[in-house]
Design a protein around this ligand. Sequence first.
Ligand SMILES: Nc1ncnc2c1ncn2[C@@H]1O[C@H](COP(=O)(O)OP(=O)(O)OP(=O)(O)O)[C@@H](O)[C@H]1O
Ligand SMILES: [Mg+2]
Length: 289
Amino acid sequence: MAWGAAPRSGAPGPGRAMSEAPALALAQVSCTFVDKNDPKARYTAVRDVSLTVDAGEFVSVVGPTGCGKSTLLNVAAGLLEPSTGTVQVFGRPLAGLNRRAGYMFQAEGLMPWRTALGNVMAGLEFRGTPGAEARVLAEDWLRRVGLAAFGARYPHQLSGGMRKRTALAQTLALDPDIILMDEPFSALDIQTRQLMENELLALWQAKKKAVLFITHDLDEAIALADRVVVLSAGPASHPIGDFAVDLPRPRDVAEVKTTPRFVALHAAIWAVLRAEVLAGYAQQLEQAS
Ligand SMILES: Nc1ncnc2c1ncn2[C@@H]1O[C@H](COP(=O)(O)OP(=O)(O)OP(=O)(O)O)[C@@H](O)[C@H]1O
Ligand SMILES: [Mg+2]
């Protein structure tokens, strides 16, 4: 079990080749927001967060609601500039959007005026892929997520699970080296969710991308990841645990949860997370009052 969330610098040090630099390295990242209604009021969501994801590594981040998970993912995506700290992508400082990363948002991100195929093609077209090529790629990805027959449907004609699969195809079609996912399956029923999680694992296993997966569901975090990072409750949230998940692969997310090793890992991580979850709820009540 790796403890302490020791900051592993993204900068290639002596003897560390550029190619070995982590896919993603956040070092001492803090994010402080200014209150729109009271410009003098500040809220520091995350403070001194150091977090790395190696190439090909699957890292889950868990933490109580409102602790700063989406904030960190936005920083990794280059959508939010941290107040202090640095972000490196494959050993290079991140400036602007992270173009090596694909992003699956917490909220639904499909364009309602485009078909499923059109949605998957959109990202490719924005990136400059010629139309015919984009169509072939998009059709291939829709097939891989089991939606070959649904390309002509608009988002409102798809089930919630199908919309999530479309979003997954949209993200993966861009063949990003880093996949950033913000509670992508939380709105799904348990069966669809397990199917999607297994699909994601199979696709990841085949392509070995770096994945940063945000969830508040500890079962999901452990079942999917190589490593689970636990964030403390806010304000000034930061990693308080970093657990290696030594469960064999390939994994079936439903089956793996019944193994003694999974149960032991769950107990160890929950022992750290539990107090933070309670503190997180109390903190949100305080913020609201
Ligand atoms: N743009 C912003 N302006 C002001 N405060 C913000 C902003 N974005 C986030 N926050 C605050 O920062 C904290 C962290 O928010 P964030 O969305 O990152 O939490 P989260 O861990 O993703 O929560 P959840 O699990 O509910 O999705 C919250 O208290 C939120 O209110
Ligand atoms: Mg969030």
